[in-house]
Ligand binder design. Structure first.
Ligand code: FES
Length: 116
């Protein structure tokens, strides 16, 4: 099992919400928008770890689809805001606040996301 970012477990989903994606769908260094637990999330595969985050960029509220992974960060495709995948913290302008992040794990060939 490979573990990514932090978040509490939702009581109604102690095993996390399954994503319609597995490791083969997301090679290292890639991201994708998927649905988990009834909401859109950005899932990222970076340095052998899985991460999940909110699907909308906190800068202008645009979808993070197409975001690039650089090291342990994800970069918004619209105006280049950069966020730490582990903490969600923004690295500087144009974002003025961080990205919501969730714990993500790979188990049994599927990715699971733990939503608050
Ligand atoms: S919407 Fe993401 S940087 Fe502007």
């Amino acid at each position: 099992m490979t573990q990514g970012s932090r978040a509490a477990t939702r009581p109604d989903q102690p095993e996390g919400a399954g994503l319609d994606a597995g490791p083969a769908d997301l090679p290292p260094g890639t991201t994708a928008l998927r649905e988990a637990g009834g909401r859109a999330v950005l899932v990222a595969h970076a340095a052998g770890q899985w991460f999940a985050a909110g699907a909308l960029c906190p800068h202008a509220g645009l979808p993070m689809e197409g975001a690039r992974v650089r090291g342990g960060d994800v970069i918004c495709p619209h105006h280049g805001a950069r966020f730490c995948l582990a903490s969600g913290r923004h690295r500087g302008p144009p974002a003025t606040r961080g990205l919501e992040v969730f714990r993500a794990v790979e188990a049994g060939g599927r990715i699971r996301v733990f939503l608050p």
